[in-house]
Design a protein around this ligand. Sequence first.
Ligand code: PMP
Length: 367
Amino acid sequence: SDLIRPEIAALPTYNAGLALDRFRARYGIDCLAKLDSNENPAGPCPGVVAAIRDEAAGIARYPDAGNGALREDLAAATGSTADRLIIGNGSEDLIGAVFRTVLRPGDHVVTICPSFGLHEFGALASGAHVTKVPFNADWSFPVEGMIAAMASEAPRVLMFSSPSNPAGPAISAEEFDALLTATRRDTLVVFDEAYLEYLDPAARFDAMARLEAGPNPWLILRTFSKAYGLAGIRVGYGIACDPELAAQMMKARNPFGVNSLAVAAARAALRDTDYLAHSVKLAADGRVQLARKLSDAGFACAPSQTNFVFFDTGRTATDFAEALRHKGVLIKPWLEEPYTRWARVTIGTEEENRHFLEAVEAIRCPA
Ligand code: PMP
C-alpha cells in the first residue's frame, strides 16, 4: 500500500539486541554476561536510586517541559549555558531531533563506518542520503576520506562519534582541527561524545572550545547511559552552538519526552564524581586486560578508548555470537560489510569478562 512513507518502509528494523528475559526463553540458560550494549556493569551510583525514590512521590504531575533544573546543572558541569543545552530521552532522541530540525529530503549526511546505527538511520528516515567513510586500515580516523566526501557531497550534516562506537578509537586534536578547517561553513557538525568519560586523559582535548572558535554551526551529544550507568531510564543531552539551535530542536522533540524520574536520576548521577571515576577505572582496567587476552589468543582488536573492544572473530560474527549465547554470553556481532567478521564486546565486571574469555576458548575447542 502507499500508506507508509518510502523512507520508513526501506529502513531495516533497528538491531537493538536481545533483552535479558528473552535470553532465557530462547537459550534455556541464564545470561551470565550481558556484554552487548556498552552498559555500565556497576550500575548507577547509590544516590541515583535514592533520588528516583524521592521523585516517585511526584509522578502524578507532568515534568518540567523545559528541563530547567537539569539544564542548569549541566551548564555548570560543562562550562556552557543553560539556554544552549537540550535534554533528550536518551541521546538517540536528540539524534532524531537534530535531523528533523535541519534535514530536507535529498540532503546529504557524511559519517564514518563502522558507526552507531542511528547516525545513519535517523538521516535515512528524514529522506537524506548518507555517505559512510570507512576507517583507515590502522583504525585512525579517515580524515582525508571525510574531507573528500564533504567536498563531493556538500553535506547538511557531518555526524560521527569519538571515541567511536563500535570501533573504539578517538580522534586526535590535530585530526579534529584538520576536519573542521575543511568543512563547509554551512555544514552542521554533530560530534557525538557518548563515550567521552572513558577517554584517556592524555588523549583529551576541548572539542567545544575548538568548535566554538570555528565558523560552523555545531552540536555536541552526550549521554547518561554509559559511564553514569543510567541506560534504562533514558536521558542524554546536547550542547548547541547557540540558543537558537537548541530552541528549534526543542520543537522537533516531544515536549514531555524526558520523564521526571530520569531528570532526578541524572542530577544525582552528576553529583557523584567519585563514583564516575570508579566506573571509568573499572572499564579501563578491564579493557586493557580483555584486549590483551583476546590479542594473545590471536584475535585482532581495534584500539579502544571506551568501555568496549571491537575485534575480528575470524569467522562470520553472527555465528560466533550465536555460539557464545549458547554459553550464556551476549555480545554484538556486526552485520555490515566489510565488518561482518567483527564483533563488539562490552567490558563487564571481572567475573563477566572471565565468562566471556572462557566461552571464547570453549567455542574454539569444542569439548
Ligand atoms: N551515540 C552513540 C555513539 C552510542 O553508542 C549510543 C548508544 N549505544 C548513543 C548515542 C545513544 O545512547 P542513548 O540513547 O542511550 O543516550
